[in-house]
Design a protein around this ligand. Structure first.
Ligand code: PHE
Length: 348
């Protein structure tokens, strides 16, 4: 499945409203106004349901514009899943129970306004069907997490909101003294099934970030290492048994090198409208993978001239060797020049 998808696939088919923040230009890689690099694997959910599949996993690369740090990278991988069940499967032991509320006519879903006002379920579904699906979903996912990390893994379920599922949850695991979100899931909104798939079923879906899971599993401290071609990194994972208990050993630690960059914004632009993600992209375009972090350090408005100024700290670090100050300065200078050209700013 191509990573280039339509806004219909990535958003509309999933009931994501026109004004939803996830559609923002600052967060997605748009190719034009109706085409973008998929921001999640859920973008393919409706087409596969439409093709007649009832249980499936979708694995692939997804693209998001985001901050730069050790757990964010503009491309990462997800596994997305859908599992649909008909009444005979879900209530095998209880033929007297139903998926849909009595007043809901699954063969004509369009006459029924499916509401998500009730936090426990969609109005078209019975509580029994919703709860049974929730238990299956959560047991399967916790089973997977225990299989990967062992019985002692600390985890928690967090109530969540996705436009395409209701109810929805996120699963967090405790990693390096922080709660880390590893997946989102929920009961598929019946409108999606009615539009694309079987209209007599209930489904759950989940989407799981692979890099973060692997980072926690192997104690990999920085997501950019996932892209390393260094044999010192790769040989730690190559030709190993899938169940081998691998703990990443840093080949060595090279020092960081931090340079600041401050600039005056052009008079038609303000510190509140300047899009940091645009700046991050430019920094990464020029610096590539030696950019470890970019942090907004200071915002300033000159009391007299009323000119707006921003200061970013750029942390440079090579994963595999020590950078010299001279080579960092050269790249920093290129970033200054590109920022001047692209954003019409004046370096301070
Ligand atoms: N697509 C969601 C994300 O990328 C994850 C998700 C998938 C949530 C399926 C619910 C159901 O965050």
């Amino acid at each position: 499945m191509s990573p280039i998808v339509s806004t219909k696939q990535n958003f509309d088919d999933l009931l994501i409203p026109d004004d939803h923040p996830s559609r923002a230009k600052s967060d997605c890689y748009y190719i034009n106004s109706t085409t973008l690099l998929r921001a999640h694997m859920t973008a393919h959910q409706s087409e596969l349901l439409r093709a007649g599949l009832d249980n499936f996993l979708m694995i692939g690369d997804v693209y998001r514009r985001d901050e730069i740090d050790s757990t964010h990278f503009p491309v990462f991988h997800q596994i997305d899943a859908v599992r649909t069940q008909r009444k005979e499967q879900l209530f095998e032991q209880h033929p007297d129970l139903h998926i849909f509320e009595k007043n809901f006519e699954p063969t004509n879903p369009h006459t029924f306004k499916n509401s998500i006002a009730d936090p426990t379920k969609q109005s078209c579904h019975t509580l029994e069907a919703t709860k049974l699906m929730e238990v299956q979903l959560k047991n399967h996912l916790i089973g997977m997490v225990r299989h990967l990390f062992g019985e002692d893994i600390k985890y928690r379920w967090v109530e969540a909101y996705f436009p395409f599922t209701h109810p929805s949850w996120e699963l967090e695991i405790f990693y390096e003294n922080n709660w880390m979100e590893i997946l989102g899931c929920g009961i598929v909104r019946n409108e999606i099934l009615a539009n694309a798939g079987p209209n007599n079923s209930i489904a759950y879906a989940f989407g799981l970030g692979l890099e973060r899971l692997a980072m926690a599993l192997y104690k990999i401290p920085d997501i950019r290492l996932m892209w390393s071609k260094d044999s010192g990194f790769l040989t730690q994972f190559q030709n190993k048994n899938v169940n081998a208990n691998i703990v990443y050993k840093p080949v060595s630690i090279y020092p960081q090198c931090t340079n600041d960059l401050s600039f005056w914004l052009p008079s038609n632009s303000s510190i509140d409208t300047f899009t940091s993600n645009d700046f991050y992209d430019l920094v990464r375009d020029i610096g590539g993978d030696i950019i470890e972090q970019v942090k907004l350090k200071d915002k300033f408005i000159h009391p007299k001239t009323k000119k707006h100024s921003l200061c970013y700290s750029i942390v440079y670090r090579h994963l595999e060797r020590t950078l010299t100050q001279a080579e960092v300065n050269k790249i920093h200078k290129e970033i200054e020049e590109a920022a001047t050209k692209t954003f019409n700013v004046v370096i301070r």
